[in-house]
Design a protein around this ligand. Structure first.
Ligand SMILES: [Cu+2]
Length: 723
């Protein structure tokens, strides 16, 4: 065990300057969040200067003087956040982009203090993949599990590191993740040694804040011009006839680096010792575009998805959707040299008719054998797929690639977990149908998510927009919550059907991982791969919105034989995905599409589990909410603090049975002590009076009954407080 920890520590020290490894039982980290500009350099004088990329890839300071820019010194690449070589805003964590990799051992108590130095923005941190069992208020979702962390404030997250595997952390507020507020969170298994591993983050990238793009979007409430939003006919589509994103593709990054318009900006290099195996922890931290990831001349052996081990599968490429992760191994068995790592979007053409247009949307990194020449771009070409040697692609969201492409699909539902699964008792199984789509814009079962004003963890009465009965038929914007009981098998049928279908969605459940039991695809044209009609396994009851669905006759076969475990999964366009989990984690769990424009427009809902079993909030947990002036004082002396004037009532401290008994015992002891002291004083005074032979005044007599006075005084206070 100690040897394992030492090995991990040694590897991290030599390979990753940005990793923060902790092998203790309690691991404390501090993450300072601040804004910066890419393509700048802070000199020894503390001044920030712009930098330019020279043709040989070096970075040179540019000093601004009255006569124009003058050349300054060459600056080290590692001292500059270059992104894709274009200057723009970025969010840094501990001065890094992406943020530092935090590594802990399974079961460790993790303490992460987020210091918000964003000056003008609140923030939050969600640990994607962590159960947060017993501490649902540590899940980092603003207005659901906590109030946002105000500028110049800090918030300390405390939770147990479970489950083990590749996880990550990111802001869950607005689109801060898209500006850089994310990093890897690796939980190492205690039981086995792991291959040296490196996080590989994918991210699509624009040249201004994604927030600006969002706010300008025609889909957002203030309906700006949406200048980054393509018209329907101009949007990128994949060959299967599905829209990729409403936002035009601009650029992309791998571990924070890329090249815009083939400039010479530095790229990320992953070193592999010849003959050795390297494990990549591939995570899509971006907003919109799915990437197909491959490495020239190397195959990839997928060993885990969303942090959970699977029986190894060898493929030539992996399709990664926003929010997903894959661990894959690469063997350095090729001639020594540098090889391209490629991440390409699924762009096939323009508009729903997939009008062909020569356009490659790609970002690259470098796989470098450690004895290969440094600073040289690879000369390698992408693998070709032939009839004799077809390419295998993991995670197809469509039934198949076009005929003649010599490409085979490995579906997520084809993967096998290394962990057994016991078939549930159907009588103990609760089944829910959720349709994710665009029938009224991005929504779930016809409901766009309305964010609560006060975090739900404060419990009833909620400050939310309730969903009316007409939502299913007419659509609405409301705080959609589905209550699930504790201790049951919960089965979700996630659909992408009806008039709102189109585009593939990638759905993430907080507080859980789940088994993927089945995926259903549409009928399709075998020649082109294009969809023809939606999957017929589900009956929408003649409702073209398909918000009240059920199985069409018999339920299709579900796979209970080691189904893969994930926390994020794709719902194929015009199809469905069936997931299942055992409910064992009371809390308010966000359930949402991880494609940013979809989520921000309202493709989110809450899974509310065992609301009578929610753990109490820690004392002093920060509050927030509307304030309209107060007419009534705050009530005290009970376990509730009521903001009556604000129309909100929140339980701040809930007392458990044991706590109540302790308080009763202490109160009784205190009362007895007061009584004894009072009697003592009375006797002393009586003795004194007797001794001095002076007469007691009526006032003195009243003093002898202090308990009555106290009681009535308390009653009066209580009456005042409830006025
Ligand atoms: Cu979506």
């Amino acid at each position: 065990m100690n040897l394992l920890r030492t090995l991990i520590l040694t590897w991290i020290c030599v390979s990753m300057a940005t990793a923060e490894m902790c092998t203790d039982d309690v691991c404390e980290f501090t993450l300072v969040v601040r804004r910066a500009r890419t393509m700048t350099h802070t000199g020894s004088d503390g001044m920030v200067h712009g930098v330019e990329i020279l043709k040989n890839g070096s970075l040179q300071n540019k000093y601004v003087v009255f006569s124009g820019d003058i050349d300054g010194p060459i600056v080290p690449v590692e001292e500059t956040i270059t992104a894709d070589g274009v200057q723009r805003n970025v969010i840094l964590l501990n001065d890094q982009f992406p943020g530092p990799t935090l590594e802990v051992m399974e079961g460790a108590q993790v303490v992460v203090t987020v210091v918000n130095n964003l000056m003008r923005e609140a923030t939050s941190l969600h640990f994607h993949g962590m159960y947060m069992r017993g501490v649902p208020y540590m899940d980092g979702v603003p207005y659901v599990t906590q109030c946002p962390i105000l500028p110049m404030h800090s918030f300390t997250y405390r939770f147990k590191a479970e489950p083990a595997g590749t996880n990550w952390y990111h802001s869950h507020l607005g689109s801060q993740k898209e500006e850089g507020l994310y990093g890897a969170f690796i939980v190492h298994k205690n039981s086995m040694a792991s291959t040296p591993s490196l996080p590989m983050f994918l991210q699509d990238w624009w040249h201004e804040d994604f927030n600006t793009i969002d706010v300008d979007s025609a889909f957002m409430p203030n309906k700006g011009p949406g200048r980054y939003f393509d018209a329907w006919q101009d949007r990128g589509f994949s060959f299967d006839g599905n829209e990729l994103s409403s936002v035009s593709f601009k650029s992309a990054l791998i571990n924070g680096r890329g090249r815009y318009n083939n400039n010479s900006a530095p790229l990320t290099t992953f070193e592999v010792p010849p003959g050795e195996t390297l494990r990549f922890r591939l995570i899509h931290a971006g907003a919109e575009y799915t990437f197909r990831v491959s490495i020239d001349a190397h195959s990839m052996t997928v060993v885990a998805n969303d942090g959970h081990d699977v029986e190894p599968v060898q493929v030539q490429s992996i399709l990664v959707f926003p929010g997903e992760s894959y661990d894959f191994e690469v063997v350095g068995d090729q001639p020594s040299g540098n090889y391209w790592i490629r991440a390409q979007t699924l762009w096939a053409g323009k508009g729903p008719d997939v009008e062909p247009e020569d356009r490659l949307q790609e970002v690259k990194a470098i796989l470098a054998y450690d004895n290969a020449p440094a600073d040289e771009d690879p000369m390698t070409t992408m693998q070709t797929c032939t009839e004799n040697s077809p390419c295998r692609v993991l995670n197809c969201p469509f039934p198949a690639f076009p005929q003649g492409s010599n490409t085979e699909c490995v579906y997520i539902s084809d993967l096998s977990s290394v962990e057994e699964y016991s078939m549930p008792d159907e009588s103990e199984t609760e089944e829910y149908f959720f349709n994710f789509g665009y029938q009224i814009g991005s929504s779930v079962n016809g409901r766009k998510f309305a964010t609560p004003k006060m975090p739900l963890v404060f419990k009833t009465p909620y400050d939310i927009t309730p969903c009316e009965a007409t939502c299913e038929t007419d659509g609405c914007k409301c705080t959609y919550m589905a209550e699930v009981p504790l201790g049951k098998t919960i089965r979700f049928v996630l659909m992408n059907l009806g008039i709102g279908s189109g585009g593939h969605h990638v759905i993430h459940l907080h507080g859980y991982d789940f088994r993927v039991l089945a995926m259903g695809f549409p009928d399709y044209n075998e020649t082109t791969g294009r969809w023809i009609s939606q999957n017929a396994d589900i009956d929408c009851w003649n409702d073209n919105k398909c918000n009240m669905a059920s199985w069409n006759g018999t339920r299709p076969n579900l796979n209970f034989n080691k189904p893969p475990i994930r926390d994020t999964v794709v719902i194929p366009s015009r199809g469905y995905t069936v997931i299942e989990f055992r409910s064992n984690n009371p809390g308010f769990w966000l359930f949402h599409c991880h494609q940013t424009t979809h989520m921000n427009e309202g493709m989110s809902m809450i899974i509310a589990e065992a609301l009578d079993k929610l753990p109490a909030l820690p004392y002093g947990f920060p509050t927030c909410g509307d304030f309209t002036g107060t007419e009534k004082p705050r009530s005290e002396g009970s376990d509730e603090i009521t903001g009556a004037a604000m129309g909100q009532s929140v339980t701040v401290v809930e007392l458990g049975y044991t706590q109540l008994i302790i308080i009763i015992v202490i109160s009784a002891a205190l009362s007895a002590t007061i009584a004894l002291v009072t009697v003592g004083i009375y006797n002393a005074r009586a003795n004194k009076n007797k001794t001095s032979e002076t007469q007691a005044t009526p006032q003195r007599q009243e003093d002898t009954v202090p308990r009555q006075d106290c009681a009535s005084s308390l009653q009066e206070d209580a009456v005042e407080d409830t006025v």
